[in-house]
Design a protein around this ligand. Structure first.
Ligand SMILES: [Zn+2]
Length: 310
């Protein structure tokens, strides 16, 4: 630095430090325009603390009613943490099983909850480009992961692999790509150790909360519900404190989707559609112009049955 540059800097410092602040500038500083912060929360159940088998996961399971509370509480922990971090609008999607798990009366009045199916966007229904960030609660590992409690991708009964642009994905990665296409980054995920490790390996350094350690498909060493909620709240706060660090997870378009079925017939039948290519005995390929089209296609494959009623 030259002497003259140094002088200029000193003069600038004196000028800015002692220049009288105008009333307008003072008003702006003391009452900043409220900044909007829209948060989307997608809540699944397999990754909720304590969940290990179907006994917790659906109506008819002897522990389901209690675990609806636990899923609700983990989601509420994220809601409260987001509000404390300045969230001005929160949408929660109930994205497990029948989509009717969360106890909606437990939520603050200004939260909106998306329930049941079918719905465009599936586990991300209702998200759009106006959201600032997305959070995943209760997520699980993919069907191609040899570890993870209840590891599956969209359907444990029917699918053995779902891939985007040649890479097998988790539901979390698929949903992150859906949000990413809208410019919304996923900044936090909770679930078992396998789920968070798998998601981090794909989405980068997002904040996570490990609710349990997977011991097998149907066993885990788990945190208590209260401890899981505390960990989730801390993770959501940490993520929102560095919101500017995260980038939307955008994948190349058009998007090539591959779905492998457990059975032979779905692949054969779907290949009758001219937009579908059968690439091996159990696998079909579909190319969508974007994630919206790919998501709708998955919903039809997963949700359509000629028995549908009404
Ligand atoms: Zn689920």
């Amino acid at each position: 630095m030259s002497i003259s540059q140094g002088l200029v800097r000193i003069l600038l410092f004196v000028f800015t430090a002692y220049w009288p602040v105008t009333p307008m500038a003072r008003a702006q500083a003391s009452s900043p325009v409220a900044k909007k912060l829209k948060i989307y929360i997608s809540a699944d159940m397999e990754g909720v603390g304590g969940v290990v088998t179907a006994d917790q996961l659906g109506p008819g399971g002897f522990e389901y009613e209690r675990f609806r509370h636990f899923m609700t509480n983990e989601t509420l922990a994220a809601v409260r943490a987001a509000k404390e971090a300045g969230a001005t609008e929160i949408v929660v999607s109930d994205s497990h099983g029948n989509g009717e798990n969360l106890l909606i009366e437990e939520f603050p009045k200004d939260v909106r909850v998306i329930r049941s199916w079918p719905r465009h966007g599936s586990m991300m229904a209702g998200i759009d480009a106006s959201f600032d960030a997305a959070l995943f609660i209760g997520y699980h590992a993919s069907t191609t992961n040899p570890r993870g409690v209840r590891a599956h991708t969209f359907s444990s009964a029917h699918l053995t692999r779902v891939a985007l642009n040649g890479n097998a994905v988790t539901e979390g990665e698929f949903n992150a790509a859906y949000a990413g296409a809208l410019g919304v980054p996923v900044i936090f995920a909770s679930g078992d150790d396998a789920a968070v490790e798998e998601l981090k390996s794909r989405l980068g350094n997002i904040e996570t909360a490990e609710t349990k350690k997977s011991l097998s498909f149907h066993s885990a060493e788990t945190l208590t519900p209260e401890a899981a909620c505390e960990r989730i709240a801390a993770g959501v706060k940490a993520a929102l404190a560095r919101l500017h660090d995260f980038k939307p997870y955008a994948i190349k378009t058009p998007v090539t989707l591959e779905i492998s079925f457990k059975n032979y017939m779905p692949a054969q039948m779907l290949s009758y559609l001219r937009t579908v290519q059968r690439i091996d005995s159990h696998t079909i390929r579909f190319v969508g112009k974007d994630m919206t089209e790919v998501s709708d296609f998955v919903d039809v494959v997963d949700g359509y049955s000629p028995d549908l009623a009404p």
